[in-house]
Design a protein around this ligand. Sequence first.
Ligand code: SAH
Length: 377
Amino acid sequence: MTAVPVRAAPAVPDLRDLTLPELGEWVTGLGEAPYRARQVFRWLWRRPVTGFHEMTDLPVELRRVLEARAQSSTLETVEVRASRDGTRKLLLRLSDGGQIEAVLIPEGRRLTACISSQVGCGMACQFCLTATMGLRRNLRPGEIAGQLPALRSALGPDERITHIVLMGMGEPLANFPAVETALKILIAPEGLAFPARRITVSTVGLVPGIRRLARAALGVNLAVSLTATTDELRDRLVPINRRYPLGELLRACREFPLPPRRRMTFEYVLMAAVNDHIEDAHRLAGLLRGIRCKVNLIPLNEAPEIPFRRPARQRIEAFQQVLERAGYVAPIRESRGEDIAAACGMLAVAEGQLDSAASNPYSDQCGVEQLGSSLGS
Ligand code: SAH
């Protein structure tokens, strides 16, 4: 009788899923000197090569060992779509055939890379298109960090990515271990050497994840997608609120360590006659009192699958005024890349991709569907 493997481990480790210290352990486990890890790490992240055989400052014998015992997966750019406003969306193919999206957003002198943390999303926010995909699987660390080099190869000669936001597909804090490792790779001087203060992790409000991120002390910024000011409404729009209600969420935000002069961000997606009342704005100002923050007002991006509408401009501005009078910085985020479906909440790739959770150690499902009946339906 042949046993069916329940969870097949990857045949060989993907070295792009390791931080430098982890790679160090693995390399010394082969009987190699620790400095070899730094060499390999630099090749993996700073110099694009197609395989270990091209890592020319390594001894030939070590290159052979790496070829046999490790892999280094890359993301394949399937398509680049350019918006009229300069936004570019990349469709990236994962090694198992799954696909994700990553976006480049120019704003004045800034060029922001918006990257994904999961294939799909399990949070079921009622106004978000990615939610309609459900959660397919978690991304692995190398697949998260690897979006930066993929986006870089789509840049023009004078362009440089200045900011990274984990605001693409998925809920980053529902894939915490992989996101943490990816952040370490992005920040590491021998890795992608990206300044932590220019990286923002955006969450729907997973309180334990916010606390873990605080403890990890990576120096990255936090954004919280709030979008409602009462538990009654938030329970409906953002189902995870039933588990982590506003009071608890805001307490975790208040306790999140902020370096001097730094602010956290609250995202508020405005929907006509749902959460765009003047009373909502006053309540929001009250809820956030004492938190060093700014509020990004995001007029809803409409889609046929989404049962809400964008408020009239006048309502949006009236909402903004209340916040500004209460002393908040509250920019209205103009929609970017809408013509290529790259705008907030619009990332959803076509059906029919593989779910290869079996070989992915980061595949534990943590979506709302798995929260059980306490959430109702
Ligand atoms: N899961 C994380 C990361 C995704 S960020 C989070 O929720 O923060 C995606 C951002 O787009 C979130 O702020 C979300 O509230 C917003 N969003 C989702 N659907 C949207 C829509 N239809 N129009 C405008 N913004 C939307």
